[in-house]
Design a protein. Structure first.
Length: 75
């Protein structure tokens, strides 16, 4: 799926992937999509929770070879 921006959070541990995603989303327009790449096991819980709390739409999440990919549409 197409995305407007990408955040490489590989190697970062909780809570940094979510904090950096929040900062990156702040610079996007409503409706734009951010792709986040992470390998922190806690991100599987943290990213969906962050999206639900902040009102963003988690379009997709998958895991390929230990790297998680999240597509977040800004509210």
């Amino acid at each position: 799926m197409e995305h407007d921006a990408e955040l490489d959070a590989i190697g970062l541990l909780c809570p940094l992937p979510v904090l950096k995603a929040r900062k990156r989303l702040a610079s996007l327009e409503s409706g734009q999509i951010l792709q986040v790449l992470a390998d922190d096991p806690a991100a599987v819980v943290d990213v969906p929770h962050f999206c639900a709390e902040a009102g963003h739409h988690l379009i997709a999440q998958d895991d390929a070879g230990g790297v998680q990919r999240y597509l977040i549409q800004k509210a």
